[in-house]
Design a protein around this ligand. Sequence first.
Ligand code: ADP
Ligand code: ASP
Ligand code: MG
Length: 240
Amino acid sequence: MLIVQKYGGTSLVDAPRLQAAARRAVGLAKQGDRVVMVVSAQGDTTDEMIEKAACINKRRAAREMDAYLAAGEQMSAGLMAMAIGALGHSAVSLTGWQAGIHTDGAHGNARITGINCERICRELDAGKIVVVAGFQGVDAQGDITTLGRGGSDTTAVALAAFLKADRCQIYTDVDGIYDRDPRQFADAVRFDRISYDQMMALVENGAQVLHDRSVEFAREYGIAVEVLSAFTGAPGTVVG
Ligand code: ADP
Ligand code: ASP
Ligand code: MG
C-alpha cells in the first residue's frame, strides 16, 4: 500500500513528538507499505519567522519571503529523516522542488500546477521513507514558492493524487473534524465521515483544520482524506 501522511506543526513541536511520528512511519514501512511523509514547520516556527521578517523590512518582496519561509518546512524534513535514520530505517528528505512540485508564480499563495513524481518514486523503489517539506514548490522561473498558510495539507493531498496513493492521512492535534472548533466549543460533535461539500462549508466558515485548496484537490481527484490525531492515532474523520 502507498500511504501519504502529513504532520502539522503541533504534531512535530519537539523531539518526542517528532520521534513518535517517525515510529509510526517506520512501523508501516516494516509492514511493507510505501510511505511518503509531508511535514510542516515545527510548532509556531512560521509565525516567528514572519515576525522576524517584519522587523527587517515592512515592505518585503514576496519572492524573498517565500525563499525564507520555505526553510521552516525544510528543517522539519531534515530532522524527520534523521529521526527515521535513528530508528534504523532509511529515509530521504526532499524540498518541494526536489520532490517535483510545480506551482504558478503567485508568491505567498501559489497553486500547485503539477507534480513530477520521478524522484519520489525512485526513492520509494530504493526502500526509503520519503519525507517531503510541505507548503512549497517551484515556479516556471525556478523560484521557490509557498502555498499559503496551512498549505502543507494541500501538498499532502496533491501528492496523494499524483502518486495515486492508497491512503492520505492528515495527522493533527485534534481527533477529527467537528461541526465546530472543538477547542472553542466543548459540545462540538465529531464526524466519522463528511462530504467534500460539507467540509468546504466548514473551511469557508473559518475552520483552519484543512487548507481550502486541499479540499478542492481532494474533491477534484476523488481522494478520501483521513483527518486524525497524531497523539492517539485513533480513527478520526474521513473526508469524501
Ligand atoms: P496543523 O498544525 O496540524 O495543520 P491546524 O492548527 O492547522 O493544525 O488545524 C487544527 C486545528 O483546527 C485544531 O486545533 C482546531 O482547534 C482547529 N479547528 C477549527 N475548526 C475545526 C473543526 N471544525 N474541526 C476540527 N478542528 C477545527
Ligand atoms: N508552516 C505553514 C504555516 O504555518 C504551513 C503549514 O503549517 O501547513 O502556515
Ligand atoms: Mg494546518
